[in-house]
Design a protein around this ligand. Structure first.
Ligand code: 2AM
Ligand code: CA
Ligand code: CA
Ligand code: CA
Length: 263
């Protein structure tokens, strides 16, 4: 049996060290490139952080496999065995433009079951962490089980895609949701948006397309505080594919899904 508290402790050491390197890097000039489109950015720090984390994991746990956004890990086609899913910088655009609102995210799965989740808000020095069955924490503070609120008191995170026409989803469906809730927010870092739902700073988060490194850690945290997580169709999330994502307090999830998205 894997020693999850040892694995979590190692992962924390490495994520803090990576965060410190990123904070130090603010004084240096960044090398910025575009990936799938001109607004999809990657920097030398995304690559260096992923390479650092992967070298530590490989050195300490050579039998584990790694899926990393920037491609320095393994070619992962299944979640068999122990797999680390790493987003070295989530919210690269925020990192480049704002030097805040970005995070390092690590989710560790065994045979497809989430065991350890870490999301490190580097600038605020806030580490959201969870080991399956042992509760979720923000630094040393245990995050309480989520309590539902009525929709008219909910603050929910949405991206700008909800005001644009798109092929995946009838964006008009979200207009009544935006009217019904108390407020909407958009932070530009999916992992922080998961962490904010887990810590009750947000009541829901809706987004059209995320990859495994965007949600791997967040789903583990949310499970520990009793949140509900599905696709926007109310279906099970495919852990190694791209998905639309809808995470929320249970009551809010069911109200939005049934009354507004008609699922
Ligand atoms: P990233 O910064 O790690 O790329 C806001 O854009 C959120 O969506 C971020 O968490 C970002 O993660 C994620 N995202 C997923 N796919 C993206 C893409 N193709 N372009 C930009 N952001 C993407
Ligand atoms: Ca990216
Ligand atoms: Ca990401
Ligand atoms: Ca990233």
């Amino acid at each position: 049996m894997a020693n999850w508290s040892k694995i979590e402790s190692d992962a924390k050491t490495w994520i803090y060290a990576a965060g410190e390197t990123i904070r130090q890097s603010f004084q240096n000039v960044l090398q910025i490139q575009s990936k799938s489109n001109p607004d999809d950015l990657v920097t030398n720090m995304d690559k260096e952080t992923e390479q650092y984390l992967i070298s530590k994991i490989n050195e300490t746990y050579p039998e584990h496999r790694i899926l990393g956004e920037e491609g320095f890990g393994h070619d992962i086609q299944s979640l068999e065995g122990i797999v680390w899913i790493v987003d070295p910088i989530d919210g690269t655009m925020n990192f480049v433009h704002q030097q805040r609102n970005f995070a390092i995210s690590i989710g560790i799965y065994e045979d497809g079951v989430g065991q350890v989740g870490l999301i490190y808000d580097v600038v605020h020095d806030e580490l959201y962490h969870a080991v399956k069955g042992k509760g979720a924490y923000m630094n040393d503070y245990r995050l309480p089980e989520l309590k539902d609120v009525p929709l008219n008191q909910a603050v929910i995170a949405l991206n700008a895609t909800w005001v644009m026409e798109n092929k995946r989803f009838d964006h008009n469906l979200l207009v009544p949701v935006a009217k019904a809730v108390r407020g909407t927010r958009s932070y530009g870092s999916a992992t922080l948006e998961f962490a904010y739902v887990a810590s009750g700073r947000l009541d829901a988060y809706i987004t059209l397309r995320l990859a495994p490194w965007d949600f791997a850690a967040g789903l583990i945290l949310l499970d520990e505080v009793g949140a509900k997580a599905t696709t926007l169709d109310g279906e099970k999330i495919n852990l190694i594919g791209q998905n639309s994502i809808f995470v929320a307090k249970k009551g809010i999830h069911s109200t939005i899904l049934k009354d507004y998205l008609h699922k």
